[in-house]
Ligand binder design. Structure first.
Ligand SMILES: NC(=O)c1ccc[n+]([C@@H]2O[C@H](COP(=O)([O-])OP(=O)(O)OC[C@H]3O[C@@H](n4cnc5c(N)ncnc54)[C@H](O)[C@@H]3O)[C@@H](O)[C@H]2O)c1
Length: 387
């Protein structure tokens, strides 16, 4: 079986190493920071022992996984790897430097992949003389639990590299979707309004945090409300992703970040990890009760879901991914209760278009402009199911 190299032993690197070793590969992990490898080993032992307690794996399986993970001394230990996945700091200059080094160390046939969430794969690949073996393989956090993996070929990537990378990740029991090398790929692009429109509704004073979360879970059927989820992800991280996508789309107003989240992030109110975010997580904190007004709740859900649908339709319009992969990504990657295009059919495309047009007329903002594909589908009286 092919040996796998993992560069970076942080949250993502250790999760991906666990997945590859569980699938039976010998794995080499390297990190430039002295304590990172030791910390990863301690973390991994804890995770595997918990899986034994829950009777998900037995001791022999744990021992097999840990014996297949090797902690490298330098990047030279990747020399005989067939696939190297980079999961280091999200910085284009550092990633480019590292990819040039990886190219020099590995065989010509080794696939070099980046787990970047927001950088262009084309720019990372450009650091290599032979860029056709570079690709994006984007896992979600925590990698062992999240089934979805986005596969992102750069314009330089060869078809062989795409097929081999996809086959490899599929063989690890993951669900892969193929995505064009565009900002936010599928999930981090389409999901923006889940946070952004909820923040907008809050900032306008239409409803408070608890009420919006109540509406989105109880009426919308989402597993977590947007504010609970932002607190869980971390407001610093969620804000940075939004800002990165906004800038990468040449400041398209659809992705404009909210001051509320920026201030929370600046204040250190990151969410759960800081004990405070939109909610207070301290022991004696008073729980805020939502206003359980069904009409208000339905209005909130309709507004956020129509914005999400518009993003999904627009991603399809720009051929970011196939219809099937867009639906898979949002249901399996972020556990949405339904595929957004199926949801659009169910709501009636004319109703979705009307909601967006009403918002655009009310606010006069480009933020609410409907996707050309949505307009076309309504004009031709078509549904996504029949596409
Ligand atoms: N955390 C997430 O939710 C998530 C999800 C998907 C993708 N990503 C992406 O995965 C990558 C890693 O994210 P993370 O959350 O695991 O970060 P992290 O900070 O937990 O870990 C990064 C690790 O890389 C190491 N490192 C930094 N520079 C290095 C270098 N030059 N050589 C070797 N090791 C180096 C650091 O010591 C650290 O251990 C980023 O590109 C991020 O955008 C993160």
């Amino acid at each position: 079986m092919m040996k796998i190299g993992i560069l970076g032993a942080g949250s993502m690197g250790s999760g991906i190493a666990q997945v590859a070793a569980t699938a039976g590969h010998e794995v080499v992990v390297f990190d430039t920071f002295e304590n990172a490898l030791g910390n990863m080993k301690t973390r991994l032992d804890k995770i595997l022992n918990r899986l034994i307690e829950k009777e998900r794996i037995n001791e022999a399986t744990r021992d097999g996984i840990t014996s297949r993970i090797h902690y490298g001394q330098s990047m030279d230990d990747f020399a005989d790897c067939g696939l190297v996945i980079e999961a280091i700091i999200e910085n284009i200059d550092i990633k480019k430097k590292v990819f040039a080094q990886l190219e020099a160390i590995t065989n010509e046939s080794t696939i070099l992949a980046s787990n970047t969430s927001s950088l262009s794969i084309a720019s990372i690949a450009a650091a290599c003389k032979n860029a056709n073996r570079v690709i994006g393989i984007h896992f979600f956090n925590p990698a062992p639990l999240m089934k979805l993996v986005e596969i992102i070929p750069a314009i330089q990537t060869s078809e062989d590299t795409v097929q081999s990378a996809k086959a490899m990740i599929d063989s690890w029991g993951k669900l892969t979707v193929l995505v064009k090398d565009t900002p936010g790929f599928i999930v981090n692009r389409i999901a923006r309004p889940f946070y952004g429109e909820a923040l907008r509704i809050l900032e306008e004073g239409i409803a408070d945090v608890a009420t919006i979360d109540w509406a989105m879970t109880t009426i919308g059927g989402f597993r977590m409300g947007p504010f609970t989820l932002m607190d869980y992800i971390g407001n610093d991280i969620n804000y940075t992703v939004t800002e990165t996508v906004f800038k990468a789309f040449y400041y398209d107003q659809r992705y404009k970040p909210a001051f509320t989240q920026k201030r929370l992030s600046e204040a250190g109110y990151y969410g759960r990890k800081a004990g405070r975010g939109y909610y207070d997580y301290n022991e004696n904190a008073v729980k805020i009760a939502p206003t359980e007004d069904t009409n208000l709740g339905k209005m909130i859900v309709n507004r956020v879901v129509c914005m999400l649908i518009n993003e999904a339709v627009d991603a399809l319009f720009w051929q970011v991914a196939t219809q099937e992969d867009i639906e898979t990504a949002m249901t399996k990657g972020v556990n949405y209760p339904k595929g957004l295009l199926a949801w659009a059919d169910e709501k009636g495309l004319d109703n979705v278009l009307k909601t967006l047009e009403d918002l655009q007329a009310e606010y006069g903002e480009d933020r609410y402009r409907p996707s050309p594909l949505l307009r076309k589908m309504v004009r031709e009286n078509r549904v996504f199911k029949s596409l």
